[in-house]
Design a protein around this ligand. Structure first.
Ligand SMILES: N[C@@H](CCC(=O)N[C@@H](CS)C(=O)NCC(=O)O)C(=O)O
Length: 206
């Protein structure tokens, strides 16, 4: 029986897991937004992503990726060498806990039925994000991917930095642009992101 991934298109954590599963060439079925009301059955926090693999139910995207690496070691998401593993996890945590919260706040004001975005919010996001973009830029100046080979770090960061048009001047981060374009051309990444094209372009529209 194919694995199931409880998924919503706007969640970067879901996109991370979906891209990683595509990258590994796994057979899986997506439970889309219509099914998300069922998620509390698997996860009392009602958060997605959730991976259901027979009797195994795995929540929390890094735990899901760790599970997948152990069960399907081909095309690893995390390096076997301890220090390299720690570096990948640090970048993944950076994406999940530093970049994503800023993007989520902006996204909530765009997608939820809220009044117009408060004055200054976008400016504050730009100020806080710029040092993060600079850090990524520095890392990518001498690397094709964030940590050598493509890894969980790239899949975690790509969904939260791909849309930057109103948040940063792309000319200041040429390596980030090159990396994002190269990732976007990878077949599994394109498939993993496909369902999100429409809402993401709405997010950048105005
Ligand atoms: N630490 C979790 C975070 C997951 C998370 O925050 N998911 C959000 C979507 S981005 C969620 O499901 N929120 C509840 C909802 O959308 O109903 C992970 O890495 O998977």
């Amino acid at each position: 029986m194919a694995m199931k991934l409880a998924y919503t298109a706007l969640s970067p954590y879901c996109r991370k897991v979906r891209m990683a599963m595509e990258y590994k060439g796994l057979d899986f079925e997506i439970l889309t937004a219509d099914h998300v009301t069922e998620v509390p059955v698997f996860n009392p926090r009602a958060e997605v992503p959730v991976l259901v693999d027979g009797d195994a139910v795995v929540c929390n995207s890094p735990d899901i990726l760790g599970y997948l690496d152990r069960k399907f070691p081909q095309r690893p998401l995390y390096p076997a060498i301890a220090s390299e593993y720690a570096e990948v996890r640090e970048w993944e945590r950076f994406a999940d806990t530093q970049v994503d919260p800023i993007m989520t706040v902006i996204g909530n004001w765009k997608f939820a039925e809220l009044p117009p975005m408060p004055d200054g919010l976008l400016g504050a996001a730009r100020r806080d994000l710029q040092p993060m973009y600079d850090r990524i830029e520095q890392q990518l100046a001498s690397r094709e991917y964030l940590c050598g080979d493509i890894s969980a770090a790239d899949f975690a960061l790509y969904p939260v930095v791909r849309v930057r048009s109103r948040l940063a001047d792309a000319s200041t981060t040429p390596h980030l642009v090159r990396w994002a374009e190269a990732l976007g051309r990878r077949e599994g990444v394109a498939r993993g992101m496909a369902a999100t094209e429409q809402p993401l372009s709405k997010a950048t529209a105005g």
